[in-house]
Unconditional design. Structure first.
Length: 117
């Protein structure tokens, strides 16, 4: 199983980034896909999740600014991040959680997002 995240980088406050995560080795539609983030010296936290049929869930900090989406044909999940703030600076991780068996839970390698003032 591989979750390959990409799209991170350095952006000014108020700017936008789009993260992508390409999954392989899993039946993509059997998984809830999610984005989590971990800022320095903080615990990893949920950003957003999306079920196979498109139902989404967002952390309060992401509502109205971030949009999670998925392309089941491409086995890829996206996170469009707009109006970025310095506090969004973190390593962003892609997650795949099996809908029927919790032991099948996978993480990508993370992609760093740095928001400068």
């Amino acid at each position: 199983v591989q979750l390959q995240a990409s799209g991170g980088g350095l952006v000014q406050a108020g700017g936008s980034l789009r993260l992508s995560c390409a999954a392989s080795g899993i039946t993509f539609t059997n998984y809830v896909m999610g984005w989590y983030r971990q800022a320095p010296e903080k615990q990893r936290e949920l950003v957003a999740t999306i079920k196979s049929y498109g139902y989404t869930n967002y952390a309060d900090s992401a509502k109205g600014r971030f949009t999670i989406s998925r392309d089941n044909a491409k086995n890829t999940v996206y996170l469009q991040m707009n109006s970025l703030k310095r506090e969004d600076t973190a390593v962003y991780y892609c997650n795949a959680a099996n809908t029927r068996a919790r032991i099948y839970n996978y993480w990508g390698q993370g992609t760093l997002v740095t928001v400068s003032s």
